[in-house]
Design a protein around this ligand. Structure first.
Ligand SMILES: C[S@@+](CC[C@H](N)C(=O)[O-])C[C@H]1O[C@@H](n2cnc3c(N)ncnc32)[C@H](O)[C@@H]1O
Length: 207
């Protein structure tokens, strides 16, 4: 049963997907990772921020508690997650501050806005082409904008060394599409630290 639920994390659907979303929302370590990732962005009331793979909306709710006059957008290709995120935002009284989009990363290509922060949390491990993913992100950022990618290694499933390999592949992909000032920081709080990798779009970047 556990493996069936874990398999849902990539694209939650149906009843098992709804259960996976409830587990994500209830797990203390996941709530902490979401909070810390949002705090690392140093948002202001007029920030324009996008989350790719928002799941049940934990981070969006925290973004919306700070961003009162800017823009908060959540993108997820799972209709079940978009529903759970909407319910959470409504319960917290911030639904009117957040735009939810059901769709994949490809939706960014025709999205009319640009953002000064784009982040994802435990989404990158599901992407087959990281340069394609970060290429879409850099095109949707304003010059000087930041991309944050948080990843929680799962030692039981991924084995030793997996975290370092994942971080190296994230950093390679960020550099490949033109991000600068690529750095990382640990988010300590769960059984193993999560890693947040930053990249900045340069002021002179050309697609
Ligand atoms: C493990 S969950 C993490 C959810 C949330 N970020 C959190 O930490 O609580 C991964 C989420 O990313 C979404 N996702 C994965 N790949 C995606 C893509 N290419 N475009 C949009 N959503 C994606 C999944 O549907 C799922 O809701």
């Amino acid at each position: 049963m556990k493996s069936k639920i874990v398999a849902q994390f990539r694209h939650p659907s149906g009843l098992l997907g709804a259960l996976a979303g409830r587990i994500m929302a209830a797990r203390r370590s996941n709530r902490f990772r979401n909070d810390r990732t949002v705090d690392l962005m140093a948002l202001s009331p007029n920030s324009r921020v996008l989350e790719v793979g928002c799941g049940p909306g934990l981070a969006l709710a925290r973004c919306a508690s700070v961003v009162t006059s800017g823009r908060v957008v959540g993108l997820d290709h799972s209709d079940v997650m978009i529903r759970q995120a909407r319910n959470r935002l409504m319960k917290q009284g911030v639904a009117d501050r957040v735009t939810l989009i059901e769709g994949g990363i490809d939706r960014l290509a025709d999205w009319p806005d640009t953002f000064d922060r784009i982040f994802s949390l435990n989404v990158i491990q599901f992407q087959s082409g990281k340069p394609g993913f970060f290429g879409a992100v850099i095109d949707a950022l304003v010059p000087g904008g930041l991309c944050l990618t948080t990843y929680q290694p799962r030692l039981d499933a991924d084995g030793p060394g997996a975290a370092q390999r994942m971080i190296a592949s994230i950093e390679d992909a960020l550099h490949a599409v033109g991000f600068e000032n690529v750095t990382e920081t640990e988010i300590i709080g769960g059984a193993t630290p999560a890693i947040c990798v930053f990249g900045q779009k340069s002021d002179t970047h050309r697609s």
